[in-house]
Design a protein around this ligand. Structure first.
Ligand SMILES: Cc1ncc(COP(=O)(O)O)c(C=O)c1O
Length: 372
């Protein structure tokens, strides 16, 4: 006998309810007047003034649909990196592109691999597509090429690698990325997520643009949310082989970027001076924060990004949870990373000079109090 129509309910596809919805970094500390938000890897320098101007100039055309091909933005990105704009797809943040890649290339019964402390959106994207997430163990909080390759099966369709990784701040040298690519079957798409690429100062690093241009199964994703200071506008982009670009253009929303995002992004990518200032600020303060936190006796994972991972002990009074509570009371908002399998660590974004000092002062205070 079939169920009565009134007993029927819409059911999400298998896998959807296995998703733990992404919880963004906190942005408020109740009752505290002055907030230092160091929880979402945003830039303390804000956006380029040219980007703000370009965004404001769009205010007169809000009733009109934007250009669904984001041509102005793709051309600006192409000019900045010497790329054919036809090989670029823009997204509402790189998050959208990471999800669209799974939707286009992963289906029920397929597997997608990411590393143990990899960015949370990869799991969500694979499950959204109906696939099975496969976690590759890391070594020293760093992606491990051999472990990723060992996780590959005939069902593998996609491998996500954040390089550098969030929340660990560690990276793989480019020869390791090439070794990973060389070990993958040609039908497995390698997604190189370079959300923090601009900050990296290591000589052996590459975000992977050359691989995305030469290989048939590699894409590189980038974002305007971090160094360009445009997180609120939701702008990301991807470069890759023509068939991958074609697949994404078929499934993406027809107007997936707003007119303001297109204009602001195009202006931001051309403002090299603003990016250089952000890199210089990060160089100085990432080193300062690392030194200061280590001087307090805590361990810091060496980071090449615009954030650092600080490790706490599990001794009551000195835990990451208690440090987080203390910092919040002091108006310093950092990121707990329990969802990343790191319950004893906190991730701290490199902020303004004032915020960085406020963080170190509050942490010093916490450790003194805890030791009393
Ligand atoms: C590794 C990594 N990739 C991608 C993103 C997504 O950035 P957006 O969607 O803002 O472009 C983030 C943001 O935190 C990230 O850390």
């Amino acid at each position: 006998m079939s169920a009565s129509p009134s007993a029927l309910r819409p059911l999400p596809r298998p896998g959807v309810l296995a998703i733990e919805a992404y919880v963004p970094g906190k942005s408020a500390a109740p009752g505290v007047a002055k907030i230092h938000k160091l929880s979402s890897n945003e830039t303390p320098l804000g956006p380029s003034a040219l980007a703000v101007e370009a965004l404001q100039a769009e205010a007169g055309t809000l009733a009109l649909y934007p250009d669904g091909t984001s041509a102005r933005l793709r051309e600006a990105i192409g000019a900045r990196y010497g790329l054919d704009p036809a090989r670029i797809v823009c997204g509402a943040g790189s998050d959208e592109l990471l999800t669209l890649l799974a939707l286009a290339f992963v289906g029920p019964g397929d597997e997608g691999i990411f590393s143990e402390h990899g960015f949370l959106v990869y799991r969500i994207a694979i499950l959204t597509a109906g696939g099975t997430p496969v976690v590759a163990p890391e070594t020293d909080l760093t992606a491990d090429v051999d472990a990723i390759l060992a996780a590959v099966t005939p069902r593998t369709r996609i491998v996500y690698l954040a390089n550098p990784n969030n929340p660990t701040g560690t990276y793989l040298p480019f020869d390791e990325v090439r070794r990973l690519h060389a070990g993958l079957p040609g039908n497995v798409l390698l997604v190189l997520d370079g959300a923090y690429a601009e900050y990296v100062r290591a000589n052996d690093y590459s975000a992977g643009l050359e691989l995305a241009l030469e290989a048939g199964n590699v894409v590189m994703t980038r974002t305007f949310s971090k160094i360009h200071g445009l997180a609120a506008q939701r702008i990301g982009w991807m470069v890759g082989p023509e068939p991958v670009v074609d697949a994404l253009n078929r499934i993406r929303g027809p107007f997936n970027l707003s007119a303001g995002a297109i204009a602001a992004g195009a202006a931001a990518i051309a403002d090299d001076a603003h990016v250089a200032a952000a890199v210089a600020h990060n160089d100085e303060w990432l080193a300062w924060l690392t030194r200061e936190v280590e001087a307090l006796g805590l361990t810091v994972t060496p980071s090449v990004g615009n954030f650092l991972l600080v490790h706490f002990s599990d001794t009551p009074g000195r835990t990451a949870a208690e440090a987080d509570a203390h910092l919040t009371r002091a108006g310093v908002i950092v990121r707990r990373v329990t969802a990343y399998g790191l319950p004893d660590a906190l991730r701290v974004t490199v902020g303004s000079a004032e915020s960085n000092r406020a963080f170190v002062a509050a942490l010093t205070d916490f450790l003194r109090g805890a030791g009393a």
